[in-house]
Design a protein around this ligand. Structure first.
Ligand code: IPD
Ligand code: CA
Ligand code: CA
Length: 340
């Protein structure tokens, strides 16, 4: 098994290759897609393709296993350690990841796995990369503050194709969960019922959400400025503290747009396919096609995408002009990002 540090240190090599593939082009706004499972579609599925529905069902099984671990820990004292100055990890993060990965390994012993806590394992020659955040919103969990979640997504090439997020809602004495699931070509569901993004078309009537990573760098500072700018023009900007949950909230129309710098593949994989299949548009913050390895993400109800990008694009270009590194990251060594 490879640690994330090793994985990150191999990025320079892979990033050059990937930059060429992801060279800036400004239109159209699209998320790279894999062939869907719809009947009658002209393109044949790739020979190694696993049925999308099966991938989603396994994502649900795995996320529910992780959620069981989290559920059992809710009323117990937290065992917390620090990964960075403000970056927490609990024993529950690790136990949840073990539970999730056991399910994935049982069903797909030859797929590649990327877990937040344990790094890369499995076969990186595989066409499929599972991205697992065993507890998204760890700081919230540590304080018993909603919201947090278990997030399990599977990516082909750079594109999430199926995923499940189990969100913990409520709070002490009133915890509950709801389960979001999707795969490409199938409408997103929450607890089995279809959900859809909002119809808000004017940013002045929108409720937006963003997030701030643990590294307080130039991108973090730029986003503080964006936070101010959007707070000035919309009905509110929330900072909930769990990226997977933010994307699920977009999918069900309780927020209208979400952006963040420096999310990792495990923060986004499941939430992206969940939001996309509910009608969201997803790009980088400067409008390039989304990849799960990108370091900026803008997701909206589609109607607001350009209005939000009118602010995030110049800010992101400013960072690039100042040589801030926004190139793809956390690509497992050997993993082929060009698969469709
Ligand atoms: C964090 C949360 C947070 C986001 C950070 C993530 P973690 O994940 O998703 O909302 O702003 O960028 O790192 O550490 O709680 O799994
Ligand atoms: Ca996370
Ligand atoms: Ca986490």
């Amino acid at each position: 098994m490879q640690s994330l540090r090793q994985c990150a240190s191999r990025q320079a090599m892979l990033v050059g290759k990937q930059n060429a593939r992801l060279a800036p082009h400004r239109s159209p706004i699209v998320l790279a897609r894999v062939p869907s499972a719809k009947a009658g579609e002209a393109k044949a599925a790739p020979a190694d393709a696993v049925a999308l529905n099966e991938l989603m069902e396994v994502a649900i099984l795995a996320a529910e296993k992780g959620a069981e671990v989290v559920r059992e820990a809710l009323d117990r004292p937290r065992s917390i350690s620090f990964k960075g100055a403000t970056d927490l990890v609990t024993e529950t993060d690790k136990a949840s990841e073990d539970a999730v990965l056991a399910v994935l390994r049982k069903h797909y012993p030859r797929h590649a796995l990327l877990g937040e806590e344990g790094g890369v394992s499995g076969d990186t020659d595989s066409s499929y990369l599972w991205c697992v955040d065993p507890l998204d919103g760890t700081t919230n969990f540590a304080h018993s503050y909603p919201a947090f979640a278990v997030s399990v997504g599977v990516v082909r090439g750079v594109t999430p194709v199926a995923g499940c997020v189990v969100e913990f809602t409520g709070g002490p004495h009133a915890w509950a969960t709801r389960t979001f699931a999707a795969h490409t070509g199938r409408p997103t569901t929450c607890n089995g019922k279809p959900v859809r993004v909002s119809q808000v078309s004017d940013v002045r009537r929108s409720l937006l959400v963003t997030g701030f990573g643990y590294e307080h760098d130039e991108a973090w500072a730029a986003n503080m400025e964006l936070f101010k700018e959007f707070t000035d023009v919309c009905q509110g900007v929330r900072r909930l503290g769990a990226a997977a949950v933010d994307l699920c909230h977009l999918s069900m129309g309780v927020v209208d747009g979400y952006w963040e710098y420096r999310l990792k593949p495990w923060d986004m994989a499941a939430g992206i396919v969940i939001a996309q299949e509910a009608g969201a548009t997803i790009t980088t913050m400067d409008g390039r096609p989304f990849s799960v390895f990108e370091r900026s993400m803008l997701a909206s109800n589609t109607l607001l995408h350009q209005q939000i990008m009118d602010k995030t694009d110049p800010k992101t270009r400013g960072l690039l002009a100042a040589n801030v590194d926004l190139s793809p990251w956390f690509v497992p060594p050997g993993y082929d990002t060009s698969r469709r």
